[in-house]
Every structure is written in C-alpha cells, then in structure tokens.
Design a protein around this ligand. Structure first.
Ligand SMILES: Cc1cc2nc3c(=O)[nH]c(=O)nc-3n(C[C@H](O)[C@H](O)[C@H](O)COP(=O)(O)OP(=O)(O)OC[C@H]3O[C@@H](n4cnc5c(N)ncnc54)[C@H](O)[C@@H]3O)c2cc1C
Length: 284
C-alpha cells in the first residue's frame, strides 16, 4: 500500500505544475514581452502616468554575450532621456570590449548604465571593473550599482559607491551569501549607511512598509531618492505609499524569454501574491 508521503508528493507536484501553467498565462498580462518594442510599449503606458522606466533585458542560456550586447544597444536607443538601462555584467561575460560599445552609445545621450547585482562571487570582479569604467566614463554619463541587503559585504560596497558618487539601488537580493544576513535588517542598515551620503538611492522593494520607512529616512537626510518597482509584481500598496509621501517612482521593465519564469517563480514562492495581483488588476 502507498504511504501518505507517496500520495501527497505526486499530488503536490501536480498542483504546482497546474499552478505554474495558470501563472504562466497570467504572466503574459504582466510581463512586458520578448523584445525592446514590448518594453517600450509598456514603458509608454507608465510614462503616461508620469512614471519613468528602466529597461532590463533578461537573457537565457541561449543568448551569447554578443546577442545580449545587441539587445542592450537596442534598449539604449529606445530609452527616453529620463530613463536608464539595467545590465548584467555576467551576461556580457565581463567583456570590456562590449562594455565599451555600450558606453559609447550611452555617452551620446548621457543615459545611465546601471549594473544589476548577480551572484555573490561576481561582486569583486564587477566592482573592480566598475571602478575602472567609472574612471573612464563617469564624467560622460551616470553609472549605477546595486546593493543587496542580504549580503554582509554590501555595507563596504555602499561606502565605496558613495565615494565614487554612484547612484545605487538597494534590494533585498535574490542570491544568498555567507554569512547570512536577514534581508530586511540588511536593507535597513544599508539605507542608514547611505542616508546623507549617497548620490542617489533607489529603494527597490515591493514590501510597502520597508519601502516607506526607507524613503522617509532618506528624506530626513535630504538624500536624492526614488521608489523602484518591478513591472509585473503587485505594487498597488507601494504606489499608494509613495503617492502619500510625494515620492517619485520608477518601474523596472524586465523583458526577454527569461522574464516570464522569474515572474512566475516569485508568485510560486508567495501564493498570496496571486490575490494582490488580482486586486492590482481591478484597481489599475
Ligand atoms: C526594481 C527592482 C530591481 C531589482 N534588481 C535586483 C538585482 O539587480 N539583483 C537582485 O538580486 N535582485 C533584484 N531585485 C529583486 C529583489 O532582490 C527581491 O528578490 C525582490 O524584489 C523581492 O523582494 P521585495 O522586497 O520586493 O518583496 P518580498 O520579499 O517579496 O516581500 C513583499 C512583502 O511585501 C508585502 N506586500 C507586497 N505587496 C503587498 C500587497 N499588495 N499587499 C500587502 N502586502 C504586500 C508582504 O508583506 C510581502 O511579504 C530587484 C527588485 C526590484 C523591485
């Protein structure tokens, strides 16, 4: 006879696979799409509400660094002056030649290039490359860096970013590192370290309370700031909090084949999001 675990296991797997396919359908409403035209179309709808975008092309295993750089170049061409491009150095395989091409294009229109944060073991290499890159291009256009709250090292990276006057984005962080830091506590500590010192801070969280207290703290210290939200995740409460505080908001528009699985996995991690998404759909 089958044990309970043997029956429940397949049932759970079946339920998860049904949920995943339903969510993949739902995600098509929320996710920008595969290419830069899709991202532009979505960004235009936000722009009509006075909310600028950052574009982030999400590559998958099939894209070579050259393909990714081509997508980034198209992204730069499609941006409005108040928008910026988010890039993943790992997807460019740290190629200085490809970065140079992007820099030349960004410099023509003074558009910000922002480095997304990836795995913990990529940070030393990224930071070294960004230091050299900022020395060469920092006067031509802004260069941004992302700081995950769940990494102990981020406080040191924050001090370095303040010294170089880099605009930063603070996130909880997708990828854990040792020693483990509570992502919310780490986020709070980073905001404290950046308030009054950073050139500009993007508070990038869908957690309305964390977002609100971070924006308040930065405002108290007179630090340039904005709330950054991912297009495709629930955001009604966060938008409302920013509006009440009179704070600026930006949306990160992820596009490309890899974005749908990311959005779906976020909802699978926290099924309550389904309900928030439904509420957002009714209100927005
Ligand atoms: C703009 C942006 C850029 C990012 N860039 C990077 C990057 O470069 N590298 C990286 O590793 N990660 C990045 N991330 C992802 C980030 O690290 C987190 O994994 C992700 O944002 C989830 O954390 P969170 O703080 O947004 O929300 P969660 O940890 O998912 O928490 C959300 C919490 O907020 C509350 N909440 C949210 N919405 C509602 C609602 N409607 N009603 C009630 N309660 C609600 C709930 O308490 C919930 O638990 C980025 C995120 C954003 C927003």
């Amino acid at each position: 006879m089958s044990t309970e675990a043997e029956v429940v296991g397949p049932f759970r797997r079946f339920r998860r696979s049904v949920m995943r396919s339903v969510l993949t359908r739902v995600a098509t409403v929320y996710v920008a799409g595969d290419d830069v035209q899709d991202a532009r179309r979505v960004a235009d709808t936000w722009a009509r509400r006075g909310i600028p975008a950052t574009f982030g092309f999400w590559d998958d295993g099939r894209d070579t660094p050259r393909d990714v750089a081509n997508q980034y170049l198209l992204g730069l061409d499609a941006l409005r002056p108040e928008e910026y491009l988010s890039i993943k150095l790992t997807a460019l395989d740290y190629s200085e030649a490809l970065l140079e091409e992007l820099a030349e294009r960004a410099a023509q229109r003074h558009l910000r290039l922002h480095f997304d944060s990836m795995y913990p073991d990529t940070v030393d290499r990224t930071r070294a490359l960004v230091t050299a890159f900022a020395a060469r291009w920092g006067s031509k256009f802004p260069i941004g860096f992302t700081l995950p709250g769940r990494w102990a090292r981020s406080l040191d990276d924050a001090a370095w970013a303040c010294e170089l006057r880099l605009p930063v984005r603070v996130v909880k962080g997708q990828f854990p590192a040792e020693p483990a830091v509570d992502p919310i506590e780490g986020f709070d500590h980073l905001i404290e370290a950046l308030a009054g010192k950073a050139a500009h801070v993007a508070v990038a969280t869908h957690d309305p309370e964390l977002g609100e207290r971070s924006l308040r703290r930065l405002a108290e210290k007179g630090t340039s700031r904005e709330l950054e939200l991912l297009h495709g995740l629930p955001m009604r409460k966060s938008l409302r909090a920013a509006e009440v505080l009179g704070e600026k908001v930006r949306v990160y528009i992820g596009y490309g084949r890899a974005h749908v699985p990311y959005a779906v996995s976020k909802v699978m991690e926290n099924p309550k999001m389904m309900m928030w998404m439904a509420r957002d759909l009714l209100h927005l």
